[in-house]
Design a protein. Structure first.
Length: 646
């Protein structure tokens, strides 16, 4: 089955109370705020210098390079976010600002097409000498993705032309042919970008270069070993990793421990893994590669069934920002980088394009409603790099937990997460639908419209609902003819009903978790789906030792947590009786409008004794839970997802 994406350029509109608010926040607050950050205009924050680096390279400013070696990627992701935002919120001033940045990049670009401010300013004679550590190809990839998005939105070719020149230089530099470097990036990203560039331009050389970078990874003799020896012989600057073993992870940290077709288990840096796996799935689809698809499925099974948090968070350890062993999912010292959950969404989309299976969309939905947007405050101006599932009063004083912040930060010296989340939110509609020749698949429930052609029939669907707070979804159909509509019945949904034009239908024609409606449609047909939204108690696998005797709360796709601001200090002392029943109520003025959960609970009485032989007294309390994504938007304090059950 050949599947394709249905995106905003094919007229997907979002008129959704939940996601329209987020998209508007990105347009009105996040983009201007991040523009200030990139231009060092935010007080009391780490400087970025990212725009200034380009000005210095272009000869339009004086100074030295500043920032991480991948500072260029922050500008790229900002431009990509702008491109997506302009689709929904046309803004001539913003577009002009983006055009100015693109023009600056053109002036900074070397005659041979090269464009990387770190190497152009700091190591001009050492291009391509440290692919392992210095993110040259990673930055190029983000610039290419931004150029593709900007071209698709505006039709302007300037940025695309700049990046095609750069890609041609890269293509002439890397490959298996004699005289070329047989390397690949330490941080995957350019692979995804090249595949997007192939889809946009139709130029097969971009597909072939992406395939080379993916297939060459991890081959022996190991390129990173040869590169290190060559770098040392040239007297190039040594790096921290030259005397290190990548946090003890070896080349698993770079996803280069094995050739990709031999990988069966998710190891190493979680963000790098997500970008690589997404590119592998993309390549498998574009080349109809069943073997590579099977590898992607094995990795998906390992990640989502053994190494993923209930929030869609990934990465159990701060050391290497990495995966650890199966079922090792600590709640307070984990990593769960925002970028990892964003990358999981990218991968899930590519898996859905390989096969319309509910298991991929369920994970995608889990990530977008929980572990991604938790990375940004509701004001769009504060951010989490790390997304804990539990915060305690004593964490701030622990060296092993200093990576876990109890409040969102204004910005970061390593600022990959804020613009990454922004580009996801700005393009959320691109994840809602896919289609085959005869079927339109609905993966996400976003109020708004989609227009496409199924077979030879022009079709328009209009979704109306208050999802995720309410489970009743109305879909108006415009289009006359025979075609199939497929609607995901979420894996969390234990009871669903559906009707067409008031006629109740049995949900029995299911394909991989999708309810299929195959009929002769007429304009003004109306579909209704109703998903029951009880408060669910979720229990983890017994192998996750730290969660035993505890329960998490979920309603629909939204995971809930307890906060100190609602429940007082010492959240670890709270108990949730098995027989307690919940009330769920929408509070419009709380946290931009959320459903809150309340129930009767118990709390262990305070004691001065460090240890005692009597079990603690339990006092009745009222428990109040809020959506996890919205925690720490009122005041700092304790938080936990997993609650002791009694």
């Amino acid at each position: 089955m050949e599947l394709s994406s249905v995106n905003n350029n094919q007229k997907v509109t979002v008129e959704d109370a939940f996601w329209s608010n987020y998209k508007q926040l990105v347009a009105e607050q996040v983009i201007p705020y991040q523009w200030k950050a990139l231009n060092d205009q935010l007080p009391d924050t780490a400087p970025s210098h990212a725009i200034e680096n380009f000005r210095i390279v272009a000869g339009e400013a004086k100074g030295d390079y500043y920032g991480t070696v991948f500072q260029d990627s922050d500008v790229a992701k900002w431009l990509e976010t702008v491109a997506y935002s302009l689709r929904s919120f046309p803004d001539s001033e913003l577009e002009e600002a983006a055009d100015d940045v693109i023009s600056l990049m053109g002036r900074a670009q070397a005659e041979d097409g090269y464009l990387n401010t770190y190497y152009m300013l700091v190591e001009p004679d050492n291009r391509w000498t440290n692919l392992r550590d210095n993110h040259e190809l990673y930055c190029a990839g983000h610039l290419v993705e931004a150029a593709v998005a900007y071209y698709e939105t505006t039709g302007k070719r300037a940025f695309l032309d700049i990046m095609e020149d750069y890609v041609e230089l890269i293509r002439s530099t890397f490959g298996r042919e004699d005289g070329k470097l047989q390397g690949y990036p330490g941080h995957p990203e350019i692979e995804l970008a090249l595949l997007r560039l192939f889809d946009t331009t139709g130029k097969r050389e971009h597909l072939e270069l992406a395939a080379y970078f993916i297939e060459q990874r991890g081959q022996e003799p190991h390129y990173f070993n040869m590169e290190k020896e060559q770098r040392q012989s040239l007297g190039a600057p040594s790096t921290w990793n030259d005397e290190n073993t990548n946090f003890g992870l070896g080349y698993a940290y770079m996803q280069a421990h094995l050739p990709v077709r031999q990988q069966q288990e998710a190891v190493g840096h979680s963000v790098r893994a997500m970008y690589l796996y997404a590119a592998m799935a993309y390549l498998a689809r574009r080349t109809d590669d069943a073997e590579l698809q099977a590898v992607c499925d094995a990795l998906w099974d390992d990640v989502t069934n053994r190494k993923m948090y209930i929030t869609g968070g990934l990465g159990s350890a701060v050391n290497g920002e990495a995966f650890t062993d199966a079922y090792d999912l600590p709640n307070d010292i984990m990593y769960c980088e925002t970028c990892a959950s964003v990358g999981l969404v990218f991968w899930a989309k590519q898996m859905l394009l390989l096969s319309p299976d509910r298991k991929y969309a369920d994970v995608l939905e889990r990530a977008i409603y929980n572990g991604t947007i938790s990375g940004m405050g509701l004001d769009g101006k504060r951010f989490f790099y790390v997304n804990p599932l539990e915060v305690n009063a004593y964490q701030a004083g622990r060296k092993d937990q200093e990576h876990v912040k109890q409040e969102r930060q204004k910005w970061f010296a390593c600022a990959c997460c804020p613009p990454n989340l922004a580009r996801l939110i700005a393009s959320i509609e691109d994840y809602a639908y896919t289609q085959s020749k005869d079927t339109l698949y609905t993966h996400l429930y976003l109020a708004g419209t989609v227009q496409t052609t199924i077979g030879d029939v022009p079709v328009k669907l209009k979704q109306s609902h208050q999802y995720p707070w309410e489970g009743r979804i109305t879909i108006a159909v415009e289009g006359t003819g025979q075609f199939r509509l497929a609607f995901r019945i979420p894996g969390w949904c234990q009871e669903a009903t559906t009707s067409v034009n008031g006629e109740v239908l049995a949900i029995d024609d299911m394909e991989q978790g999708y309810f299929i409606l195959d009929r002769e449609w007429t304009t003004e047909d109306k579909i209704e789906l109703h998903f029951q939204l009880p408060v669910m108690r979720v229990y983890s696998n017994p192998k996750i030792g730290m969660n035993q005797g505890q329960v998490a709360l979920q309603r629909g796709p939204v995971v809930y947590c307890l906060e100190e601001v609602d429940n007082g200090k010492s959240l670890a002392g709270l108990r949730l009786p098995r027989e307690s029943e919940f009330t769920a109520a929408f509070e419009e003025d709380l946290l931009n409008g959320v459903v809150i959960l309340e129930t009767d609970g118990l709390k262990a009485a305070e004691s001065e004794a460090l240890y005692q032989t009597d079990s603690p007294l339990l006092e009745p309390v009222r428990l109040r839970a809020v959506p996890y994504y919205a925690w720490c938007n009122r005041q700092a304090g304790e938080m936990r997802i997993w609650i002791h059950e009694t």
